[in-house]
Write a protein that binds this ligand. Structure first.
Ligand SMILES: Cc1cc2nc3c(=O)[nH]c(=O)nc-3n(C[C@H](O)[C@H](O)[C@H](O)COP(=O)(O)O)c2cc1C
Length: 158
């Protein structure tokens, strides 16, 4: 069964990473999109995001909430936003049944790595097997990603 690669991306960097993971793993891509897009202005977006994260708000999604079906391995990707995943990812995690699935988080970031995203995934997905995943800055090398996926493929598949 091919993996499913679910992601949210604001400015396209995580989208590129998701596409690379899909290419290397022969996975299926699914983009999460909130009904209300965040502001194009970085400073306004930070304010919007901070308010949503502080409240634990789950923005309604325009797309991305179909069942994951038989997929056993699900890569979930987000930009690092204020050290966690973006609120649309929280909406996805709370709307779709991921119990028994292997979750491989991935993120892109501006220097903060995963932040506390992995702990947040483990809290939200208590009935899933959440793995370590991979955090990359924009401008990462495709070879580095491919090497990581190959090195981890055995443990990811079991
Ligand atoms: C609202 C907002 C908050 C951010 N917070 C962080 C952060 O806390 N730590 C960090 O390393 N990068 C942070 N960034 C930078 C993004 O994680 C980084 O640019 C990411 O690669 C963008 O991915 P995207 O193009 O898929 O949206 C933030 C960016 C935005 C817009």
């Amino acid at each position: 069964m091919n993996p499913l690669i679910v992601y949210y991306s604001y400015s396209g960097i995580t989208k590129g990473l998701a596409e690379d993971i899909a290419l290397i793993t022969d996975g299926d891509l699914r983009e999460i999109e909130p009904e209300e897009p965040y502001s194009f202005s970085y400073n306004t977006a930070v304010k919007e995001v901070r308010a949503q994260i502080e409240k634990g708000y789950c923005p309604p999604l325009r797309r991305g909430v179909e069942s994951v079906g038989d997929a056993e391995t699900i890569f979930i990707g987000s930009p690092n936003w204020l050290r966690t995943f973006a609120p649309p990812v929280l909406s996805f995690l709370r709307s779709v049944d991921l119990s028994g699935k292997t979750i491989i988080p991935f993120c892109t970031h501006g220097g903060g790595g995963f932040g506390h995203m992995l702990e947040d995934y483990r809290r939200e997905c208590a009935t899933s097997d959440v793995r370590e995943g991979i955090a990359l800055k924009g401008g990462y090398s495709f070879d580095e990603l491919q090497g990581w996926l190959e090195a981890n493929a055995r443990s990811l598949a079991t």
